[in-house]
Design a protein around this ligand. Structure first.
Ligand code: SF4
Length: 490
């Protein structure tokens, strides 16, 4: 039997054919030398890899080397590996002698099924259509070919602002994993690597995310029972004192391969069918996992490699150091300071702070999309090249002019004001675009639209906004103010 090489994001039992199959695990130090990762992300990845080695015992060979190629040179038997998750890793395994590449795992829809679906479509690829296909293909929340409840999307029942006057949602927090000797060893190694000159960003802290299949399953069970019912309505809401809201916080577990996404999808469906969760919550969660997660994975492989370098809005400014280094203390704007502090302290914030605070701010300022892909990849516990290419290039930075979205995800302070409790305690005013109190998001919004009015393709969803822009008498002053603000922390 060939030895199955498992990358650090292929750690669950579903990446093995047989429970006794010989396994190869490689810890490459060069990965951490080449890029500046969040300290807690480096901890999570190493902890998960070493926990898997401990679980497998004699069944696994665990090699600590500088590079993967160096490790593979010491292995004399045939090796097979499931299709890796980045283009660079795929090129590497294809180059190595004696390594057989097997189909991808860890996603619900196969690459072949996606290619068939996408190939048969005319026009742009949209998540909504893919999600419908995946629900039917895998028989999720359907009766015959029709959606349970009569609608494919219950987004309009979700997306609510936070409950009035609440500072936290009324849900128990996700269980925190207990650290053990393996975590202590990882922490000591990372401290030593830092002394040797390997750089990390963010703060160290107790490990908050699952590093084993057992921990991930426990978190899934807890989520389905206690948090899923509240998840749907408030999935897009933000509260300054509640960083987790009712999110599952399972994205890193899916992306490390600890948890089979189909198991989570079926679990959410069951929770609805047993009357333990309302349909909009179950549908909202299933949409994120079966829909969005799979969709961005498939686009990464379906589109040409050059997609990652798209920069159709000519965004040429470097990502400034205060943002890159997570210097939240340098920021006055309350929403941005809080979200950046969340990344610094946990390596995680949920999808709306990523898209509508961090991504929105970067889009308005014209920061380089490629640098942002790297930043999101390295700074988030669940970040990988495949996730962030689509989320940053296609969605948040609109760098491909809408190959996966219908319009740029850009908004002023009104959105943050509606969906959070940030603005009340901020020194800026979300309604102002000009002057000392001007909200940087509101001013940035109009400056962005003005700068890109010729580049953004005319479409019905942008028509009203562009007409409004044309009627603003002070837009030149706003543009000038934003030019003077430059890339200083707001
Ligand atoms: Fe953020 Fe503007 Fe609201 Fe301040 S006023 S919290 S900067 S959106």
């Amino acid at each position: 039997m060939s030895r199955r090489w498992l990358f650090a994001d292929q750690l669950g039992p579903h990446f093995l054919d047989d429970r006794r199959q010989p396994v190869l695990l490689v810890e490459s130090k060069a990965v951490f030398r080449r890029r500046v990762f969040h300290r807690q992300k480096a901890h999570l990845v190493l902890s998960a890899l070493r926990h898997r080695a401990a679980e497998l015992g004699d069944q696994a060979r665990y090699l600590r080397t500088e590079t993967y190629a160096e490790a593979l040179r010491t292995v004399r038997e045939p090796v097979e590996v499931h299709h890796p998750t980045s283009r660079a890793a795929l090129a590497l395994v294809r180059r190595l002698d004696g390594v057989t590449v097997l189909p991808a795992k860890g996603f619900v829809t196969s690459l072949a099924d996606f290619a068939d679906w996408a190939g048969a479509r005319r026009g742009a690829l949209r998540m909504e259509a893919f999600y419908r296909f995946a629900r039917q293909r895998h028989g999720v929340l359907v009766e015959g070919d029709e959606p349970v409840g009569g609608r494919w999307s219950l987004d309009t029942d979700n997306r609510q602002p936070p409950p009035k006057d609440a500072t936290r949602l009324d849900v128990p927090p996700p269980p925190t994993p207990a650290e053990d000797d393996i975590d202590a060893e990882v922490r000591a190694d990372l401290d030593r690597w830092e002394r040797e000159g390997i750089r990390f960003v963010g703060r160290d802290g107790p490990r908050r995310f699952p590093a084993t299949g057992k921990e991930a399953k426990a978190r899934l069970r807890h989520f389905l029972k206690h948090r899923l019912p509240t998840f749907g309505p408030y999935e897009d809401a933000m509260l300054a004192d509640d960083p987790w809201m009712a999110h599952s916080m399972l994205s890193s577990s899916f992306n490390l391969g600890l948890l089979d996404p189909l198991e989570a999808v079926r679990g959410a469906e069951q929770a609805y069918r047993k009357g333990q969760a309302p349909l909009p919550s179950a549908e909202g969660f299933i949409r994120q996992v079966l829909g969005w997660r799979d969709f961005v994975w498939h686009l990464y492989w379906y589109f040409e490699p050059a997609w990652r370098s798209s920069n159709a809005l000519a965004a040429r400014r470097r990502v400034p150091a205060w943002f890159r280094e997570l210097d939240a203390d340098a920021v006055t704007a309350r929403c941005l300071a809080d979200v950046l502090a969340g990344v610094r302290d946990h390596g995680w914030v949920h999808h709306i702070p990523r898209l509508m605070v961090l991504g929105n701010y970067a889009l308005q300022r014209g920061w380089r999309p490629g640098e942002l892909v790297d930043w999101f990849h390295h700074s988030f516990v669940d970040g990988y090249d495949w996730v962030m290419t689509a989320n940053v290039i296609g969605m948040s930075q609109y760098a491909d002019l809408g190959r996966m979205t219908t319009k740029p995800y850009v908004s002023g302070g009104a959105y943050v004001n509606r969906m959070s409790d940030y603005c009340g305690g901020c020194r800026y005013d979300p309604k102002q675009r000009l002057g000392d109190d001007a909200c940087p998001f509101t001013a940035g919004y109009w400056a962005f639209l003005s700068r890109n009015r010729e580049r953004i393709p005319g479409n019905a969803r942008m028509a009203r906004t562009m007409a409004q822009l044309g009627r603003l008498s002070d837009v030149d002053a706003v543009v000038d103010q934003e030019r003077r603000r430059g890339d200083r922390a707001p």
